[in-house]
Design a protein around this ligand. Structure first.
Ligand SMILES: [Zn+2]
Length: 94
């Protein structure tokens, strides 16, 4: 079982969240080539170890989060809001 410590709601079961995918993808501009878009959308690294992922707290505060999670052990190193300005809000409210 994966427990995710949402910065807004506290620790919750992963069933409250929806997996959003790789958080490190830099999507190309709208006028980029079809090849660039194909690579950004369909070609993924299969990382063994820690990776950054987006998760949506769909059954909670509905915020998008960046979770650093091990694909081997499911250990979670960090959880942050996706938007950097929201991270500042979290830090100011501690
Ligand atoms: Zn939440």
């Amino acid at each position: 079982m994966i427990r995710i410590n949402c910065p807004y709601c506290g620790e919750r079961d992963h069933s409250e969240f929806s997996y959003g995918g790789d958080a490190t993808i830099n999507y190309p501009s709208l006028d980029a080539s079809e090849k660039e878009w194909t690579e950004a959308i369909f070609f993924r690294k299969n990382i063994k170890g820690f990776q950054f992922e987006t998760w949506h707290h769909s059954n909670g505060c509905r915020m998008w989060l960046v979770v650093e999670r091990s694909t081997v052990t499911h250990e979670i190193k960090s959880v942050k809001p996706c938007h950097p300005n929201l991270q500042k809000v979290v830090e100011n409210n501690k």
